[in-house]
Design a binder for this molecule. Structure first.
Ligand code: URP
Ligand code: ZN
Ligand code: ZN
Length: 465
């Protein structure tokens, strides 16, 4: 059999195994794994001696080309997927937003056209549902048939995205039947709004008040309520961007009771803290996102949560806004700072560095957190998320020893600052393949806009049920 490409002698790492092997690729798929695979007809041999070969990263939480607070996130589907690829992430799940009164189909069509002709790697969508007063509950089932098998609901941002508990419960009853998965933004938006209004009335307008008006209790309360609603509905639930120990405790308790409850955290909550909000001048605005940064001691609790499977996924919540011009919109009022931060490029290195290179967990757990579990929970497995014959050849030749200092001067995201400026990581991708094509080689980008494909996903129940 002829192969297009062979990756030789790498240390192949999956969620369960580590072994030295060659990987052969034909027609975009992994076609053989073995030792001394014959090179005849292979148009390319990539030497991975001394390197790890990982399944491509899957980031299940990005916001590309997303309108928010009178502006739009700075990366579109071309620049965002390109930056992702530089960091070893070859699949993104972004969010199509249904605005109040709109059919869900409109959200899906809008985001499909944002991504078409732009995405450089494969992508899928969750649908954000902000209104279930019309026919949207049955439209959720239509989207599931289209391969949009997860829905984000908000317990925060009253008047914009927030749903009341009855609507959330109805949506959960719906996914309990369809096998889809609800992703929850869990913060008590009504209480937070009161605290925010009181802070503004007291003249507290600087960026750090964004964090000080969103207490950890507001997150933990909402996580607990979301779990209770899901349990009553008999549905699984996935909590997005979990930021603090109080909320983590709710997840741990629910999982100990055997409930199908899952949660992700993001690199910003593992590396940054409330201290960043004290950056000079208006610089704290660089760290304005929700949930906000927490006191530093929460970081190690989250790392331990990742190690012990109380947290199952690391995503980025990549939602970049430029410091100049975009974050500036809230110079005199923290509530007008667009919420979100950039991160899609550095997730793999930050988690490898802080997780594996620092000795907190092994490389198999790393793969599980950044690729395999995301693929399983969101219906992409086994096409994505592992290294197996028949899976897509989304592969990363990863140098576990290479050091890199993160900086806006060298990153590929279309944003004028880095949240992780000056942090040195150990472990960087050397070569990245998407469906068998080399898309990144060192500093060279070899992919092209429009080559990314929309992924119709199976349901949570089909893969995990
Ligand atoms: O501040 C954030 N996280 N912006 C993105 C939207 C969201 O809630 O995930
Ligand atoms: Zn959110
Ligand atoms: Zn988000």
């Amino acid at each position: 059999m002829g192969f297009d490409t062979i990756i030789r002698n790498g240390s192949v790492v999956t969620a369960t195994d580590t072994y030295t092997a060659d990987i052969a690729i034909a027609k975009g798929k992994i076609s053989a794994i073995g030792t001394d695979l014959p090179a005849q007809n292979a148009s390319r041999i990539l030497d991975a001696s001394g390197k790890l070969v990982l399944p491509g990263g899957i980031d299940v939480h990005t916001h590309l080309d997303m309108p928010f607070g009178g502006t739009t996130s700075a990366d579109d589907f071309e620049t965002g997927t390109r930056a992702a690829a530089f960091g070893g992430t070859t699949t993104l799940i972004d969010f199509a937003i249904q605005y109040k009164g709109q059919p869900l189909r409109q959200a899906f069509d809008t985001w499909m056209s944002k991504a078409a002709n732009k995405a450089t790697c494969d992508y899928a969508f969750h649908c954000i549902v902000t209104d279930v007063s019309g026919g949207q509950l049955s439209e959720m089932n239509d989207l599931v048939d289209e391969g949009v098998t997860s829905f984000k609901l908000f317990m925060a941002y009253p008047g914009v995205f927030m749903l009341d508990d009855g609507s959330i419960f109805k949506a959960l009853q719906n996914t309990a039947k369809s096998g889809a998965l609800v992703c929850m933004h869990a913060e008590n938006g009504s209480a937070i709004d009161v605290i925010v209004q009181q802070a503004l009335a007291e003249g507290k307008r600087a960026p750090k008040y964004h964090a000080l008006t969103r207490p950890t209790t507001a997150e933990a309360e909402a996580v607990g309520r979301a779990i209770a609603l899901a349990e009553m509905a008999g549905a699984p639930i996935y909590i997005v961007h979990l930021s603090c120990n109080d909320a983590l405790e709710k997840i741990r308790e629910a999982r100990d009771r055997g409930l199908p409850v899952y949660a992700e955290t993001c690199p910003q909550y593992l590396y940054l803290s409330l201290d960043n909000m004290d950056a000079p001048g208006f610089e704290g605005a660089k760290y304005v996102f929700t949930p906000p940064l927490r006191e530093k001691w929460h970081q190690e609790k989250l790392w331990q949560g990742l190690k012990h499977d109380h947290l199952q996924v690391v995503s980025t919540d990549h939602c970049p806004f430029c410091f100049k011009e975009q974050k500036e919109m809230g110079r005199d009022d923290f509530t007008k700072i667009p919420n979100g931060g950039p991160g899609v490029e550095h997730r793999m290195s930050l988690i490898f560095s802080g997780g594996v290179a620092s000795g907190r967990f092994n490389a198999n757990r790393f793969v599980e957190l950044v690729s395999t579990t995301p693929a399983k929970l969101f219906g992409l497995y086994p096409r994505k998320g592992t290294i197996a014959v028949g899976s897509d050849a989304d592969l990363v030749i990863f140098d576990p020893k290479r050091k890199h200092t993160i900086s806006a001067k060298t990153h590929h995201m279309r944003v004028d600052y880095s949240m992780f400026e000056g942090i040195q990581v150990t472990g960087m991708p050397d070569v990245v393949l998407s469906r068998g094509e080399v898309v990144v080689e060192g500093e060279k980008f070899l992919g092209r806009a429009g080559r990314g494909e929309f992924l119709r996903r199976a349901t949570y129940a089909q893969v995990n049920g």
